[in-house]
Ligand binder design. Sequence first.
Ligand code: SF4
Length: 363
Amino acid sequence: MKVAFPYMGTTVIYKKLIELLGHDVVEPPEPTQRTIELGVKYSPEFACFPLKVVLGSYIEAVELGATTIVTSGGHGPCRAGFYGETHKKILRNLGYDVDIIVFDDYKSDKTGTIKKVRRLKNGKSWFYLWKSLKTVYSMAKSLDNIEKRIEKMRAYEVNRGECTKAWQTIKTWFDEVENIEDVRKTEGKSNKLLGEIKLIEVPEPNKIKIGIVGEIYVVMEQSINLRIEEMLGGLGAEVERSQYLSKWIDFNLLPKGIGKEHELNILKKGEKYIQEIIGGHAKQTVGHIVDYAERGFDGVVHLMPFACLPELVSQSIIPAISKEHNIPVITLSIDEQTGAANTLTRMEAFMDLIKSIKRTKIA
Ligand code: SF4
């Protein structure tokens, strides 16, 4: 099978799994203006922005020869649960002959999930599949640890762009791994590379820490969020995201009781403001803002895709949380019209505000 996947975040991880299972990988290109235009053109006008970008990305993958797309589904009250079916229908109407395999909540359809896994494991043994999954999971953990380190370092690099360049190199190294041992060695080599980057010394009280919260796709996919992490890093802020792939795997795919404490704790912190799961990551969004405030972060950037109802709800509660926990929060609505210059100006103003609050606190 010629297999593609949705382009989101550190794609070398999904690519590796498909490769280890012996399929031909068709890696969709990183989303560009063309991807967005294709998605916007063929999606329902009222659809949320990630649905449109993912559709554009699928079209580009099919143009490159993909015959099968593997993706995760969604459940709960927002549109995520309809992505698979909606994308399938649109692609068929456009005349593309492509199969979409959607992995949804395995507890609700165990037989169906096993059938899909059998197709994907491509005749390999269950033991081989288990080993491959372990390799890919350890890759996700390592890459997330490295990325978190970079998100802090970027604020202090002497030569602008060095951390981003190192990150690109590191991803190509991880593209070569075959097993867990390789992952460990590559993580060591990557940390060594990062250790060689020259950084400006900044006293702890002067450091600025910003959390990024919101809907998972716009938080994780830098090509459509105006590379907000690099932008904030360039303005001198350490950054931490609310969403990382390994954390998503822990919460959604690991068996009950394993690796879920962090997310459960975040949901608990959001309980006061949103009692129900209303779809997407809205409850986590408010929980993370509380968490960042408690951990002494200086501000939060909230990313909200255009036409995303769950994040619209969290946005309406954010002013109260911001006031109660004394932390500035800025919301950016992400859609095809989002301009970099406008966002940069807003981020500069946000940083000025944070610096003046910090000065007042120190004085
Ligand atoms: S969380 Fe928002 S953007 Fe994501 S699928 Fe649901 S409605 Fe769409």
